[in-house]
Design a protein around this ligand. Structure first.
Ligand SMILES: NC(=O)c1ccc[n+]([C@@H]2O[C@H](COP(=O)([O-])OP(=O)(O)OC[C@H]3O[C@@H](n4cnc5c(N)ncnc54)[C@H](OP(=O)(O)O)[C@@H]3O)[C@@H](O)[C@H]2O)c1
Length: 251
């Protein structure tokens, strides 16, 4: 059995693959979300629900993965915190003060998300950090009782992080609801197993607008990751839920 959990990427995109309106706006903002959804025909919600239900039924995933870009802009600084003088060697050890059946896991190696949501009795927030994460941020996570795992040095090592999620949390399946930055990095690292895209008949456009998979371009001479189409469902208004499996072996 693989030491990695299955990684399922699940996104809603325009026909041009854009998953947001622009680099500077996040769908978490109610006004941005309203404008994003203003392009949605009535069948989108149903297809999104059907896609989530299919993944839930098949894998019973216990971890949802997000990137920091869902919460803060590219230029957001690290969270400042004076806190106590807890030693670096203590701070740079995993912190797991609680356990819940499900986890909402966010990659935040630069320590930039100032959390106001911590989860509930069923689902806990857990942050993936690395040894370069600013120590004041780790102090802040500890003060707030927010679990974190340390994976990687200069930035979060996604492969190590996934192995740890399986080892420490028992996660057999991780569903990524991230934007293009994190999904692109997962793709480049050969860590994606399955993709669900609900394509909405709308166009956003714009060079640099987040897409299904961003991150570094393919190296010269590189080839695309091949997918096998598992199923395609067309909604009453022509939106499309497509379910793919990655054909190429993991990198
Ligand atoms: N339509 C949808 O389904 C959907 C879903 C989610 C988000 N969105 C939208 O998409 C936008 C955000 O997309 P985004 O691309 O800016 O953000 P993102 O997907 O969150 O990408 C940035 C994240 O990826 C991590 N990352 C990138 N490269 C990495 C690497 N090589 N190794 C390790 N970690 C790496 C970053 O880590 P660090 O923080 O450690 O640097 C950060 O957590 C927002 O507008 C959001 O509203 C849309």
């Amino acid at each position: 059995m693989s030491e990695l959990p299955r990684v399922v990427v699940s996104v809603v995109a325009g026909v041009d693959g854009r998953v947001a309106l622009s680099r500077g706006e996040r769908l978490l903002d109610a006004d941005v979300d309203r404008r994003w959804r203003s392009g949605w025909p009535a069948d989108v919600e149903e297809l999104v629900g059907a896609s989530s239900a299919a993944v839930e039924k098949r894998y019973r995933p216990t971890v949802v993965l997000e990137g920091s870009g869902t919460f803060v802009g590219d230029d957001a600084p690290p969270v400042a915190f004076d806190g106590d003088g807890t030693a670096a060697e203590v701070l740079l050890a995993d912190h797991l003060p609680k356990r819940t059946p499900r986890w909402f896991v966010v990659v935040d190696g630069r320590g930039r998300v100032d959390w106001s949501y911590f989860g509930d009795a069923d689902t806990s927030l857990l942050v993936l950090v690395c040894t370069a994460t600013p120590l004041p941020y780790l102090r802040r996570l500890r003060r707030d009782g927010i679990p974190y795992l340390v994976a990687g040095e200069a930035r979060v090592d996604l492969r190590t992080a996934l192995v740890r999620l399986r080892e420490v949390l028992g996660a057999d399946c991780v569903v990524s609801h991230a934007g293009g930055g994190l999904n692109g990095a997962l793709l480049r690292a050969g860590l994606v197993d399955e993709v669900h895209v609900v394509t909405v008949p709308m166009l956003v456009g714009g060079l640099g607008t987040p897409s299904v998979a961003d991150g570094p371009p393919l190296p010269v001479g590189g080839a695309p990751v091949r997918l096998r189409t598992v199923n395609v469902t067309v909604g009453a208004q022509g939106s499309v839920w497509a379910h793919y499996e990655v054909v190429d072996a993991r990198g």
